[in-house]
Design a protein around this ligand. Structure first.
Ligand code: SF4
Length: 273
């Protein structure tokens, strides 16, 4: 690659926003390089969604894997599970693989933050990687993103039935309701997440959620589901009031809005777009 060549890169996370960005730009920037930082701890629905994106858009995706994977890094960090305050997972499994992929090349990194969002977060701070925000520049909001996905036939990822974000199945950013649903949809993955809480040779106890193990959380299943149900009903009423012209919103959209409103901690850009 010549020194003057600027690379165009777009990180797919398996979420709706980065996918819609690929839909928007794949014809406009045919030289775009798409990549996915594969932690090998993703949901099966995410891999299926990436296959759907490739088939519909006719693009190639580079799967970038962190050197030696999650279990290696967990060991390096002394068995300390990642958390919102200690996000070594994002650095080791998302940011570093991206930086290695780009190397010293000049690159423009296309980021799918919408015009109706106000978030930033973990993106590479390397000077040769310049982030740009096409949705913000073009004033595109969530409804536009959903249209882009529907128009191409890609739609939303299947996990949207029960979870609002892409990322590792054990992501500590997921809500209690989503943990309960993980146990229902993927009991093997839930069991694996439980094992990560329990497997500490030195006897220390780590939990994905503050102050509660996953098994304790599962014991409160009925309470958590009832709470979620109440939030859904309340939100549906609000949406029906606000959008009388479109009362029959797809469940996935309602769920997405409810869960977004419940956000008290904005997750990282590298994993959830
Ligand atoms: S999805 Fe969550 S657990 Fe996975 S790397 Fe990102 S922040 Fe860490």
């Amino acid at each position: 690659m010549s020194e003057k060549t600027v690379r165009h890169i777009l990180g797919l996370s398996g979420g709706k926003d980065s996918t819609a960005l690929a839909v928007l730009l794949h014809k406009e920037i045919p030289e775009m390089e798409y990549f996915f930082c594969d932690t090998h701890k993703e949901l099966p629905e995410t891999y299926e969604y990436l296959d759907r994106i490739k088939a519909r858009l006719g693009i190639k995706i580079h799967y970038l894997a962190a050197e030696r994977g999650f279990d290696h890094w967990l060991d390096v960090y002394g068995g300390t599970l990642p958390s919102p305050k200690m996000r070594w997972c994002t650095v080791q499994m998302k940011i570093k693989p991206l930086e290695q992929f780009v190397g010293d090349d000049e690159a423009i990194s296309y980021v799918g933050i919408r015009a109706d969002e106000n978030r930033d977060g973990y993106i590479s701070t390397k000077k040769n990687i310049k982030p740009v925000f096409p949705f913000k520049e073009r004033g595109l909001v969530k409804a536009d993103i959903i249209c882009l996905l529907e128009d191409t036939g890609i739609g939303l990822p299947d996990y949207y039935r029960w979870r609002s974000r892409s990322g590792c199945f054990f992501c500590f950013f997921q809500r209690k309701y989503e943990w309960i649903m993980l146990a229902q949809e993927h009991p093997d993955k839930f069991a694996e997440a439980v094992k990560y809480e329990q497997d500490h040779k030195d006897g220390r106890q780590y939990t994905w959620n503050e102050g509660e193990t996953l098994l304790q959380l599962l014991e409160r299943k009925d309470e958590i589901l009832a709470e979620h149900e109440r939030a859904m009903i309340k939100h549906e009423q609000m949406m029906a009031e606000k959008k009388k012209s479109a009362p029959n919103l797809p469940l996935a959209e309602v769920l997405d809005s409810v869960l977004e409103e419940e956000d008290d901690e904005l997750p990282c850009l590298a994993c959830h777009l």
